[in-house]
Write a new protein. Structure first.
Length: 320
């Protein structure tokens, strides 16, 4: 196909003059005709490029002004804002730092330790399991009479976005001993039994403590844990106000699963105390389960990765 000619004249509707000699059909002063492939125009016998300007100049021959980079001080508030939003999202959905205020979890946790709590897996249906160390909201005034701190405005803000350990003093940390459907029992000084199976707790119960306490305030007990609740105990058995000593509350000492913030997975501070918080082997012994394990996401990151990879693999196979 030939090039399309674009008429620059008005009043002729793009038609050729008929009956005129070719040399007079288009007057020189009114003959700017370009094709789709021509970049220049004929003007006074010279070919010019209407779209080409000197390098570094804008349209009309004006000099281009180089774009001035944004000042660091103007960008700094934006960067701080992004960092704060990310910190808040991480604290809300992924992980949060908590400070240990008492000795009730010795020697697993010491007063002043900072632990990181996994808050992601509960979003995917995972529920607390036996042997895990969990943080939970005060179920029914368990902390009555306990001293509380009064953080300043900066500490409150930093703890709110997760850059400091939580300043919320209505949270507790204990070890899960029984889950929904379990029967947990303590006789004399122990051992503690779950569904009739004795637990070997010497690896985490505070040295010199007995697994069960001999007293008339709740140290000896036999309870059936309802669905949707957990039974928790401190590792420092003779120095922990846990489920045993709150059986007179509205939940009979149980902690609603909905009140669990997440599982403590690592001691992050101080550095010389760094350690993971795995489930002790005694909770994996055969026959401990009273019922099949509830379906849930136990290891969320790996599960999410697998779910994300499978569709991609299938899609690639279909394209081949």
């Amino acid at each position: 196909m030939g090039d399309v000619a674009v008429g620059a004249r008005s009043g002729h509707d793009g038609e050729e003059h008929r009956g005129r000699p070719a040399q007079s059909a288009v007057p020189a002063a009114d003959s700017a005709v370009t094709s789709g492939n021509d970049s220049g125009a004929v003007e006074d016998g010279r070919v010019t490029d209407e779209h080409t300007t000197a390098e570094g100049q804008g349209p009309g021959g004006t000099a281009r002004t180089p774009k001035k980079p944004r000042s660091f001080w103007k960008e700094l508030p934006i960067l701080i804002g992004i960092a704060l939003v990310l910190a808040l999202l991480i604290k809300t959905f992924l992980v949060q730092a908590f400070s240990i205020p008492s000795d009730s979890m010795q020697n697993t946790l010491q007063q002043g330790d900072r632990v990181l709590v996994d808050k992601l897996t509960p979003w995917f249906g995972s529920e607390p399991e036996r042997g895990e160390v969990v943080v939970f909201h005060d179920p029914d005034n368990w902390l009555a009479g306990e001293p509380t701190t009064d953080p300043n405005a900066l500490q409150t803000f930093l703890s709110w976005i997760g850059l400091m350990p939580s300043a919320e003093e209505k949270d507790l940390i204990k070890r899960v001993v029984g889950v929904g459907g379990d029967t947990v029992e303590c006789k004399n000084t122990g051992p503690l039994t779950v569904n009739g199976k004795a637990l070997d707790e010497q690896d985490y119960v505070y040295a010199g403590n007995t697994p069960c306490s001999v007293d008339d305030q709740g140290g000896k007990f036999k309870v059936k844990v309802p669905k949707g609740y957990i039974w928790v105990m401190g590792d420092h058995r003779q120095n922990s106000r846990d489920s045993r000593y709150n059986q007179s509350d509205k939940n009979h000492g149980m902690v609603p699963v909905k009140d669990v913030v997440g599982r403590a997975v690592v001691v992050a501070w101080p550095i010389n105390r760094w350690a993971t918080l795995p489930v002790p082997d005694t909770f994996d012994q055969p026959g401990l389960n009273a019922q099949p394990a509830a379906a849930g996401l136990t290891v969320a990151p790996q599960g999410i990765a697998l779910l994300g990879v499978v569709p991609v693999v299938l899609w690639r196979r279909r394209k081949q």
